[in-house]
Design a protein around this ligand. Structure first.
Ligand SMILES: [Zn+2]
Length: 160
């Protein structure tokens, strides 16, 4: 992972991420989110791959990493049950690293946070490709089950 210019905030995020007991693909995804290198619409617009960056879910704001994974009004249903305690005034945080810093005050929720953010992105990509995405209101449960299953596999040291 070559990141020539990594801020202190991002270094802090990496220290959190690398220790998480989640699948490698989820860690990799989180690192991309924290370094603003996911192919969100606003990033593709900057690279002139797209001509507009409006979020496909809410057709409102520009789709930044924070918007796509955290602050879009359409995905609040995913976060509200377990993460409703996070101050709503923080919805406009500038970077995903900042969101991660807020969540780390409750370490027991970090794994679920990681898997949920990954699920939101995974389903967002499926929606973009018309690949039968899960309904948004099922993503929270999907994430919990995914994490439970991963932990079960992990604790039994099985390989599959
Ligand atoms: Zn949106």
């Amino acid at each position: 992972m070559n990141q020539p210019q990594v801020s202190d905030l991002q270094k802090g995020s990496w220290k959190i991420i690398w220790k998480l007991k989640v699948p490698e693909k989820v860690k990799h995804f989180l690192w991309k989110a924290c370094t603003n290198s996911l192919p969100t619409k606003d990033n593709l617009l900057k690279r002139k791959i797209l001509k507009e960056s409006g979020c496909a879910r809410c057709s409102g704001d520009s789709e930044s990493v924070v918007h796509a994974l955290w602050s879009c009004s359409c995905i609040q249903v995913v976060w509200e049950t377990e993460f409703g305690w996070v101050d709503r005034s923080l919805m406009t945080l500038a970077s995903f690293s900042e969101v991660l810093q807020k969540i780390r005050v409750k370490p027991s929720l970090l794994l679920l946070f990681a898997v949920t953010a990954w699920s939101i992105w995974y389903q967002r990509n499926k929606a973009r490709l018309n690949e039968n995405p899960l309904p948004i209101h099922n993503i929270a449960d999907f994430s919990k089950n995914y994490l439970c299953e991963f932990r079960g596999v992990d604790s039994h040291h099985s390989h599959r």
